[in-house]
Design a protein around this ligand. Structure first.
Ligand code: AGP
Length: 606
């Protein structure tokens, strides 16, 4: 949830730290700060708000020092202000932290009894004083090992020491942390995205490890303080992905990229010549899998729900889904013949990672459907199915959602075929239909003006409902989430058939209601649910697919028709107008579309 950067160099570092912090702002932007070491002193500057505020409040060009750490914060303990901003420093130690120290209250009491004074309300400041205290009696590596043992909870740390003017210490438990290698300088960062502007040579720390970074040397240690060797990865440079180009927002760019990203995903898995699906190195025999459990958060959870409908429609597999923050604390009955699938764009979501870790600890079969293949979830699952969408920067997930449901649909087809529950003819027909999906999405993206015109109605309303049945219900949930997280207006996704069991009482004159009613097997029932809300004054935006059949209903406020395709693939097309509806609603309100308030792109704390 926060972003960390550290640089140890043979030249001043403040400029590169600022640039990296700007790339990390997608992880949190409540406050920002930098600490450098110069002439034996810790120089610390920090302020509430974005990195721009830091630049406005301080003359960073004159922030000297060839070693430093920086931080962008999403507040967990302590309100977002300059006092609680990181770095936190004592007279001889400065720390930046991502994660939550669960025993900070007890440690704070102990440290106060040792004469330490605290300035902030944060859990992080405890780390500063604890390592300061331990350095009084131990050499550096021992003091670090001892401090890490005393900390309960999750952390990614960057630490500098007044007495060691060219050293940065990095440590990881539960929150991602990477080391980068440059010419006459080396780096520490929350993820490869922060480091990519300076290097594509990266090493990831695993839980329990720490490292000592100097400008010309990096040493790694395991949790026992024993020196270890680690691999250096060479990451692909995909700079274009990190720029908006001609688009006003990353979200707009990522919505428009979907025909390409879906085409890439299809190419990665579909063998057109043999009309087959290639999932290489699947580590289990099909006979070993009789049930599936899918786990994710937010949009990724909606992907899980979407795939449940496909699994049930096309295979005989038992399928359950769960929200990761629920699963990780549930009294789970782990089963050897269940495949546990973890869906995550970032691959760093703390709750999803914790659920994966729980399954790994129970020796379950684990598979990750992720976008960031260097992520913790990708690295720790037994098997990974990348979604190949390229970096998704907008906090509101768009292309990654479509990528997730595409890969899950492909997995459904493959498993159904291998279990002989989908005939060869149907299997090949569905693979053929998939080939047309990119162009169908392209056509659906052209529905633009109508949506711009109607989006303000949703902004002005007290709240709105998004209704769907069957395959459309997960999309209704996703559409409501998009509007909530971008326009800050209440929107509720609901099963259309459930309205009369209570929520119908919400419907009042002029209330906007989105009804997803493609001409699939649920169509007629959904249309009658639509008439129930119209009869009570709702302004219905009907989203259906093109057809020569008339829609038998009056007083529909607006209708949007997406392209026609087989029922399995309609959810992909229904999603497009809902993404645009949320985008234009937020645009009209003038909100920060790529960084909505209170949110972050990767929720790396629980
Ligand atoms: C989606 O628009 C949200 N930003 C959020 O719900 C997100 O899907 C969720 O936090 C899960 O993130 P992940 O896919 O990176 O695990």
């Amino acid at each position: 949830m926060c972003g960390i950067i550290g640089i140890s160099s043979n030249k001043p570092v403040s400029g590169n730290i600022i640039n990296s912090l700007k790339k990390l702002e997608y992880r949190g932007y409540d406050s920002a700060g930098i600490a450098t070491l110069f002439e034996g002193e810790i120089k610390e500057v920090k302020s509430e708000g974005r990195v721009d505020s830091l630049e406005q409040n301080f003359d960073l060009k004159n922030l000297k020092g060839n070693i430093g750490i920086g931080h962008v914060r999403w507040a967990t303990h302590g309100v977002p202000n300059s006092v609680n901003a990181h770095p936190h420093s004592s007279h001889n130690v400065s720390v930046v932290h991502n994660g939550i120290i669960e025993n900070s209250t007890i440690l704070k009491k102990y440290l106060i009894s040792k004469g330490h004074n605290f300035k902030s309300q944060t859990d992080t400041e405890v780390i500063v004083h604890l390592i300061t205290e331990n350095l009084k009696t131990s050499e550096l590596e021992i003091a670090i090992t001892k401090t890490l043992e005393q900390l309960h909870g999750s952390f990614a740390l960057g630490i500098v020491f007044k007495e060691m003017p060219d050293l940065i210490v990095g440590a990881r438990r539960g929150s991602p942390l990477a080391v980068g290698y440059g010419p006459n300088e080396n780096y520490l960062g929350s993820d490869s995205y922060a480091l990519k502007a300076m290097t594509n040579k990266i090493t990831y720390l695993e839980d329990g490890e720490f490292c000592l970074i100097k400008k010309n040397q990096v040493l790694f240690f395991n949790e026992d303080g024993k020196k270890i060797n680690k691999k250096i990865l060479e990451l692909s440079s995909d700079e274009a992905n990190y720029e908006k180009g001609d688009f006003k927002h990353f979200m707009a760019k990522e919505i428009e990229e979907q025909p390409v990203t879906i085409k890439t995903g299809i190419k990665e898995y579909i063998d057109r010549t043999n009309s087959d699906i290639n999932i290489y190195n699947f580590p289990w025999k099909i006979s070993e899998i009789n049930s599936i459990t899918l786990i994710g958060c937010g949009t990724a959870y909606h992907s899980c729900l979407m795939s449940k409908y496909w699994f049930e429609e096309l295979t005989q597999l038992d399928v359950s889904i769960d929200i990761a923050s629920e699963f990780r604390y549930r009294k789970n009955r782990f089963k050897k013949d269940t495949l546990y699938i973890f869906v995550s764009q970032s691959g760093e979501t703390a709750d999803t990672y914790a659920a994966l870790d729980l399954c790994n600890k129970n020796n379950m079969k684990t598979c990750a459907v992720v976008n960031v293949i260097e992520s913790s979830i990708a690295r720790d699952a037994n098997f990974i199915l990348p979604i190949h969408c390229g970096p998704e920067i907008g906090v509101a997930s768009t292309k990654a959602f479509l990528g997730q449901i595409l890969i899950l649909y492909i997995l459904v087809l493959k498993l159904g075929s291998l279990r002989n529950e989908i005939t060869k003819e149907i299997y090949q027909e569905k693979i053929k239909d998939l080939q047309s999906l990119p162009s169908l999405i392209e056509k659906s993206l052209l529905i633009d003006n109508d949506i711009q015109a109607i989006s303000s109605t949703f902004n002005d309303a007290k709240g709105s409902m998004f209704l769907g049945r069957g395959f459309s219900y997960p999309i209704a949930l996703e559409g409501a989430l998009k509007l909530k997280e971008l326009s800050y207006v209440h929107a509720e996704g609901y099963p259309a058939g459930e309205m009369k069991h209570g929520p119908l009482a919400l419907i009042e004159d002029g209330m906007p209601v989105v009804v997803l009613a493609p001409r699939d097997s649920y169509y007629k029932k959904t249309i009658s649910n639509m008439q129930e809300v119209i009869a009570r004054g709702a302004k219905v935006l009907l989203i259906t697919n093109k057809s020569k059949d008339e829609i038998f209903s009056e007083n529909i406020w607006e209708t949007i028709e997406v392209e026609n395709t087989n029922d399995d693939l309609l959810p992909f097309l229904l999603t497009i107008p809902l993404q645009k509806l949320a985008y234009y609603s937020a645009l009209k309100k003038g909100y920060d579309i790529d960084k909505p308030r209170n949110l972050a792109k990767s929720v790396t704390v629980e």
